[in-house]
Every structure is written in C-alpha cells, then in structure tokens.
Design a protein around this ligand. Structure first.
Ligand code: NDP
Length: 288
C-alpha cells in the first residue's frame, strides 16, 4: 500500500495566495487593512522566531502587523493592561498573546482581559465554550490547520472513528471538538488512557499532540489510518521530530503528516485567516 504524505507546504502556499486576494478586497472595501497585534513578553528565542515568521506573512499578504513587546520583568497588571488597550483599539482586529510567558505571569488570567471577538487563537474561555457547544467562533490555529490539511487532501471524516491523543486547551481539546463537528466519532486520549494502542487501532483517523517524541508507533495503528502529527520536539542535535514514529507509522498508515512540513506550515496561515474573519465581523457590526 502506498502511503500519502500530507505535505503542508503546498496547501499553505495556495491558502496564502487566497488570503492575499481576500485581504485586498477587505482593504478596498474598508479603506484600511485588517490588523493583527501580537503581545510578546521578551526572552524566548523560539517565540522571537515565530513572531518574525508572523510579521513576514503579514507583510507578504497585505495585513497590518503591530508588535507590542513587553520587557521580561513585566508585571501581570501591565500585561493585562496591554491586552485591554488592544482590545479597545478599533484599528486592531485580532490580538495574539504569544506563549510561553515567563514565570510568574499567568496566561490563563491574562487572557480574560482580551475581547473574545479579537481572540484570534481561540484561547479565551468564551471562544472555547462556543466551540465546545458547536457554535461559530474563532478557533485555535493549530487544530484549524490540521482540519484544513484533511480537507485539502480530500479526507472525509463523517462517520469515521477518530482519536485525539492529548487534551491541551490549545491543540487536543479543540481538535477533538472540530473532529466531532465534522461528524467523526471521537475518542480523546491522554496520559491516563489505558492501552493507547488498543484505542488507536480502532480508529481510521489518529491525531497526536502529546509532546512525546515517537509516542505513537506503527503497531498502534489500524492499516490505512490517517495520521496527523502536531508534535514539535526539538532533539539534542537541533532537529525537529514529531510525536509519531514516522518511519514505522508510514509502513502502516494510509496517509501521514511529516514533521517538519506537515501541520506546521498551515498554522500561520490559519492565524491570518482568523484575523480576517474577526476583522470582517467587527467591520460589519460597525457599519450595520
Ligand atoms: P501539553 O503538554 O499542554 O499537553 C500534552 C498532552 O499530551 C496532555 O493532554 C497529556 O495528557 C498528553 N500526554 C502526555 N503523555 C502522554 C502519553 N504517554 N500518552 C497519552 N497522552 C499523553 O502540550 P501541547 O498540546 O501544548 O503540545 C503538544 C505537542 O504539540 C508538542 O509537541 C507541541 O510542541 C506541539 N504543538 C504544536 C503546535 C503546532 O503549531 N503544530 C502548536 C502547539 C503545540 P494529560 O492531560 O493527562 O497530562
């Protein structure tokens, strides 16, 4: 059986082109571009790289970008004030709170100061609650990218058995909710799941976000299963590996994402799409 490699780079390129066109239409209609503001507390090199990549994709698609950089010793009150200010600024349509935050700052507390209508990574409890109820909302970008990849490769979900390994608020739980919305029958697995392999072998779709390199091996998969690996684990030599043992899994799976080059490239594009959606909603409400 030949395994389909779910390459994220080609769809990301197509989606960027679509976004560029949609942003141009928005800008002409409202005489200003949609704007993303990123709030970043300094001091994390990986976060710096991510912010640079977001700035670049904003520049190439015509979206306005604002970076609110706060010093490492920022207080919780200053961080929350920054989120409130950006939430109240009509020129800003989307606000991304960049993780991780240095201790003792609390992201959970900070996010409560963000207007959920500008919560373009779907982390506010109102966004999460709406998604859990199957209602329209802004969705976390990583699982949105996973769903986009499945859609791009024509993988249908209705009636399929799907497992999500990992139950974080930013990847696992929203991905499980999105799979359910697509009418899959969903099992949400975690570190206390007994016999993970027995659960996964039942499933036609397996998505993984555990932060454990090589957690899912080929013998845990049903032949022909579709495997979405969200894992990003930096090895000692600096290389990146996923949560799935790619070589072993690819011998059994029908389709599988590589790491890197699978879900990753689609994630940033989903962020910009989310900002555009938020901007359209806000401008439509303002002009109605
Ligand atoms: P978290 O640490 O918040 O959550 C990990 C989840 O995995 C938990 O629910 C945990 O279970 C579960 N888990 C851990 N060990 C096992 C195990 N042995 N068996 C089954 N489940 C297990 O991680 P994140 O969700 O933030 O990130 C997960 C991975 O996804 C990381 O590699 C991260 O780098 C990557 N990631 C990728 C993104 C992307 O854009 N592609 C964005 C964000 C993250 P329990 O709840 O019981 O502790």
């Amino acid at each position: 059986m030949s395994t389909i490699i779910l390459d994220g780079r080609a769809p990301a390129q197509e989606l960027r082109a679509e976004l560029r066109a949609d942003i141009a239409v928005f800008t002409e209609q409202y005489t200003h571009p949609p704007q993303l503001a990123v709030v970043q507390v300094q001091g994390d090199a990986a976060s710096d790289r991510y912010v640079r990549s977001i700035r670049k994709i904003c520049n190439t698609t015509g979206m306005a970008f604002h970076l609110a950089q706060l010093p490492t010793d920022t207080t919780q009150a200053t961080l929350e004030q920054s989120l409130r200010q950006l939430s109240a600024d009509p020129a800003v349509h989307g606000v991304l709170l960049q993780m991780p935050l240095p201790a003792p700052l609390s992201a959970e507390q900070a996010v409560l100061h963000l207007d959920y209508r500008k919560d373009v990574d779907g982390i506010h409890p109102i966004s999460a609650g709406l998604l859990a109820q199957g209602r329209s909302t802004l969705v976390p970008n990583t699982p949105a990218g996973g769903m986009e990849l499945l859609h791009h490769y024509g993988i249908t979900l209705e009636g399929k058995r799907a497992a999500m390994v990992g139950r974080s608020a930013i990847v696992g739980r929203p991905m499980a909710a999105l799979l359910l919305l697509a009418n899959a029958t969903v099992t949400l697995c975690h570190s206390r799941t007994l016999d993970l392999g027995a659960v996964l072998r039942e499933c036609e779709i397996v998505a993984v976000a555990a932060g454990r390199p090589g957690l899912v091996t080929g013998d845990m998969l049903r032949p022909g299963a579709v495997v979405i690996d969200f894992g990003i684990n930096v090895q000692d030599d600096g290389s990146i590996t996923g949560d799935v043992d790619f070589a072993g899994a690819a011998e059994v799976a029908g389709a599988i994402t590589p790491v890197p080059g699978g879900t990753g490239p689609v994630t940033n594009v989903m962020l910009l799409r989310s900002v555009l959606t938020a901007a359209r909603n806000q401008e439509a409400a303002r002009h109605s």
